[in-house]
Design a binder for this molecule. Structure first.
Ligand code: PEP
Length: 244
């Protein structure tokens, strides 16, 4: 059975003291759950958050990474700099694709760099409003995994129209897209049954049980609600209950 995962993407939120308070609250409220909990703070708080989670079974993740190991890349952070600091890296988030020009090919370089360094990419894919979901998701997964051999990986289906809008996908629809993702994982040479597939997009404690009840959805990639320790801990609990 795949272990459920709930990953919180704090995006560009939290001051230093807020980050400290939030991670300690999450640690207190969610530490006992069998779910894999991943906290993805802004880079500047990554070390602080990692230290705060030491001795717990919770993990940290970066929100993005650059694919070169070092050099004249002002403002970028390398996978080599993340090793030892976190276990996961979100790659291909729609905000990176839309606001910062991350193409499918750039996402592929980032995935390969993460895998080469032993970090686990959380590969985010999903269609925008009006796009054909299956076509977009198949293309994004195929391109992202072209040229890599199977390594630990998490996939996240995040329809762009559902992110931060309060308008989540219908769980059965997300389940169908998750099966499309698994099919592309198989085509890319991965064992699709070993790769957790998450849903993301306006997840909250009211709608999350419907997602984790789906056979191919193994948890959530959560934005807004990850900034509320109590609600986030509820999602962690719901993911555990659904899986065990
Ligand atoms: C996200 O940004 O990955 C996300 C899912 O955001 P939200 O939960 O706020 O929709």
């Amino acid at each position: 059975m795949r272990r459920p995962i709930v990953a919180g993407n704090w995006k560009m939120n939290t001051t230093r003291s807020e980050a400290e308070e939030l991670v300690l609250a999450i640690r207190t409220l969610a530490a006992a759950a069998p779910t894999e909990v991943v906290v993805c703070p802004p880079y500047v708080w990554l070390e602080l958050v990692s230290r705060a989670l030491e001795g717990s079974n919770m993990k940290t993740g970066a929100q993005d990474v650059y694919w070169e190991d070092s050099g004249a890349f002002t403002g970028q952070v390398a996978v080599t700099q993340l090793v030892g600091m976190c276990e996961y890296v979100i790659v291909g988030h729609s905000e990176r694709r839309r606001l910062f020009g991350d193409t499918d090919e750039i996402v592929a370089r980032k995935v390969a760099a993460c895998m080469g360094a032993g970090l686990i990419p959380i590969l985010a894919v999903g269609e925008d409003a009006g796009d054909h979901a299956e076509e977009v998701v198949r293309r994004q997964v195929t391109t992202a995994l072209a040229g890599v051999t199977p390594h630990p990986l998490v996939a996240a289906y995040e329809p762009v129209w559902a992110i931060g809008t309060g308008d989540a996908a219908i769980p059965e629809y997300a389940q169908w897209v998750a099966t499309v993702i698994r099919d592309e994982l198989r085509i890319a040479g991965f064992d699709p049954q070993t790769v957790p597939v998450l849903y993301g997009g306006s997840v909250n404690p009211e709608n999350f049980p419907g997602f984790v009840a789906q056979p191919d959805i193994d948890g959530g990639l959560v934005g807004g609600v990850s900034l509320d320790a109590r609600k986030f801990a509820t999602l962690v609990e719901q993911a555990s209950t659904a899986a065990y």
